[in-house]
Design a binder for this molecule. Structure first.
Ligand code: TTP
Ligand code: MG
Length: 397
């Protein structure tokens, strides 16, 4: 039986939250990221700023050249995370099968929900209306028969868009005359390698044999199938694995081990917040790394129950230490599994091992409480600030 998938993506997410909270910014070019004069990049910008050629991941110096009259703001990650929770909650009222890929984006398999909600179009339109009424933000929603088609559909009419790609034929028709980079996994580098073989548009691939793409290894096969609208990948609910985690794909591949460490530090803090918000502790930490050729590796270690950012980060870094990074990295994830409610977890002897260790725990807990209460993430360690900056400059979705 065919599947029906919805992909939802918020419009200019960080910028839209800032405009919503300060209506004097409405209609203006708003740029979120580093501030002019700083080293760093654009996280995102309003559609008004995009008219000046400003884009995510562009250096802030370049953005300022293109849009000197823009309004430049630093990101407030905690505010965006809170809005994201509300959006995720609305999405969860239509199906249990949801894969959240980032704060502002997720796939919903609504195949089984159609009996209850009539049609995917109806669910999609209701999602848009509720997010607008309850969170005062707009999003773009795509309906497809696969994850790739749903994502393409949501991008098709951005911002505040809605589009349906009902089947493979419609998918191929829509993209056949477009640049090959529209296909998942085809970045600048792969596009250049494909161009050398004469593959520029998607239609060029439709004449190819699968073996013509062998030079790209596993990625070649995936590109060959995507060009024909074939994508069997399942929507994997984040909770199904009974773990709490976050993973991010990056616009540009990462080669420096130091950068990977910084990003793991940032993600560990986010995972710790998620665990604490749910009153959970876990004892298995997993690091996931996907290389630019799509090879995926995961490394896990079971320790004592914890939800401390510092401990999760320490275990994750130990796992990284044992991992060979011989190829550019495209995705990094950290998760914690084997969970128990915080109340059920007895303190272990090692919690009292050294004075520094227990002081660190108290500090960690205090930072969490302040951030949760009034600070909204304003309190962070210097290392975390660096990690967050690095993370933002790299992040894709
Ligand atoms: P996107 O969904 O890629 O972008 P967007 O929501 O700002 O705009 P669009 O309407 O095109 O969907 O990313 C979601 C958020 O993630 C974005 O608001 C900011 C953040 N982000 C970064 O920090 N760095 C990046 O390079 C990108 C692409 C996004
Ligand atoms: Mg978005």
């Amino acid at each position: 039986m065919g599947r029906t998938i919805i992909h939802l993506d918020m419009d200019a997410f960080f910028a839209s939250v800032e405009v919503r909270d300060n209506p004097t910014l409405k209609g203006k070019p708003v740029i979120i990221g580093a501030l002019p004069g700083e080293r760093g990049v654009v996280s995102t910008c309003s559609y008004e700023a995009r008219k000046f050629g400003v884009r995510s991941a562009m250096s802030i110096t370049e953005a300022y050249k293109r849009c000197p009259n823009g309004i430049y703001l630093s990101p407030s990650m905690h505010k965006y995370a809170e809005e994201s929770e509300k959006i995720h909650e609305i999405m969860a009222s239509y199906t249990d099968v949801i894969e959240y890929v980032s704060l502002d984006e997720g796939y919903m398999d609504v195949t089984a929900s159609l009996k209850l909600f009539e049609s995917a179009e109806k669910i999609a339109k209701e999602l848009k209306r509720r997010i607008f009424d309850e969170v005062c933000l707009t999003c773009s929603v795509g309906v497809g028969y696969s994850k790739t088609s749903a994502k393409l559909a949501s991008e098709e009419k951005k911002p505040n868009g809605f589009f349906v790609i009902p089947n493979k034929e419609a998918f191929v028709n829509l993209i056949k005359n477009r640049d090959i980079r529209i296909l998942p996994g085809v970045g600048e580098k792969t596009a250049r390698r494909l161009a050398l073989q004469g593959f520029l548009k998607v239609s060029d691939l439709l004449w190819a044999k699968e073996s013509d793409l062998n030079f790209l290894g596993a990625l070649g096969k995936s590109i060959f199938l995507h060009a024909r609208g074939i994508d069997e990948s399942a929507v994997v609910p984040n909770e199904e694995a009974k773990s709490v985690g976050r993973e991010y794909t990056f616009q540009r591949d990462i080669t420096e081990r130091g950068e990977i460490e910084d990003i793991i530090c940032f993600i560990s803090r986010r995972v710790s917040y998620q665990l604490k918000n749910k009153n959970l502790c876990g004892k298995t930490v997993t690091v996931k790394i996907k290389f630019s050729d799509m090879q995926l590796i995961t490394r896990s270690k079971t320790v004592e129950y914890t939800n401390s950012a510092k401990k999760i980060n320490a275990v994750a870094l130990k796992l990284l230490e044992k991992t060979e990074i011989i190829k550019p990295v495209r995705l990094i994830g950290v998760s914690v599994s084997n969970m128990e409610n915080e109340e059920c977890v007895q303190m272990s002897f090692s919690d009292f091992l050294t004075e520094t260790e227990s002081k660190q725990d108290v500090l960690d807990e205090t930072v969490y409480e302040i951030n949760k209460g009034i600070g909204k993430g304003s309190l962070k360690t210097a290392k975390e600030m660096l990690a967050e900056k690095n993370f933002k400059s790299r992040r894709k979705i």
